[in-house]
Write a protein that binds this ligand. Structure first.
Ligand SMILES: O=C(O)CCC(=O)C(=O)O
Ligand SMILES: [Fe+2]
Length: 255
């Protein structure tokens, strides 16, 4: 397949199925550098957590930390947080732009390092992510009836820093595009187990904002997984703030 038709195949898949696995989009050296920093940060997280409990981590490290999902703000990677942004934009920016039909920008205030555990290591307070749509970030599910208008135009780049999907938790998705947000009751009734790709470090799972996905974890898994994720929206779009979004310069100005 020629280079151009390959690109078209990716755009078509992302637009029609809402998902594309960009194999080896990031170099292994680069991913290993991110992993080394992320592992060091999680060593700090675990030390604080062992001493003072998981709810003390954010204050002690001065970083966003969600104990129920072991999620750390991407800024935990220091200057490497900018590298994530640059590398993903360089490698996949044109594909995301084609899928969203507009120039793009990263949603840096909602960017994460995630850790998911093999069941045998799972801390008491921790849970895998249930079925959801990333385009529902910050949507008021209780009071806003506009499930179609409420969907953010978005592409998530989900990057495992270790191999996953088989022996370590990955992500499962339902390959179609609802085109709107689903109410929480509908999400909780999904019985399909979905498609869970086996991913290697360097692979990037790209998901449109309406794609249904969740953590894929099975009782047999033995290894834990660390991943980074960055979402992209059209550059002209204001995005939306979720409960864990960090202040941006703009939102600070408004305070
Ligand atoms: O890392 C995972 O297991 C899933 C994370 C995810 O989908 C999300 O937080 O949006
Ligand atoms: Fe997600």
């Amino acid at each position: 397949m020629g280079c151009e038709s390959m690109t078209n195949a990716r755009v078509d898949a992302l637009i029609s199925r809402g998902v594309w696995v960009a194999r080896q989009a990031v170099s292994l050296d680069q991913v290993n550098a991110w992993r080394t920093v992320a592992e060091a940060r999680y060593t700090e997280v675990d030390a604080v957590s062992a001493q003072k409990g998981p709810w003390a981590v954010a204050g002690a490290l001065g970083l966003p930390f969600v104990p129920t999902a072991s999620s750390l703000g991407l800024e935990a990677l220091g200057s490497d947080a900018h590298t994530v942004e640059r590398v993903l934009t360089e490698a996949l920016g044109s594909l995301m732009q084609a899928a969203l039909g507009a120039p793009i920008r990263p949603l840096v205030e909602s960017a994460w390092v995630r850790r998911q555990f093999a069941p045998r290591h799972m801390p008491r307070y921790h849970a895998p992510h249930a079925w959801h749509q990333d385009g529902g970030l910050g949507f008021d599910y209780l009071n806003d009836p506009d499930l179609e208008g409420g969907l953010l135009p978005m592409v998530t780049c989900w990057c495992p820093l270790v191999s996953c999907g088989e022996d370590a938790p990955g992500v499962a998705y339902l390959p179609n595009r609802p085109g709107a947000l689903l109410v929480p009751e509908a999400l909780s009734m999904i019985s399909d187990i979905g498609t869970a790709p086996v991913l290697a470090p360097g692979d990037v799972l790209m998901m449109m904002g309406d794609l249904l996905h969740r953590t894929h974890v099975t009782p047999a898994m033995r290894r834990d997984r660390i991943s980074v994720e960055l979402r992209f929206v059209p550059s002209g779009h204001a995005g939306r703030r979720g409960p864990w979004s960090r202040p941006t310069e703009e939102s600070e100005e408004r305070l």
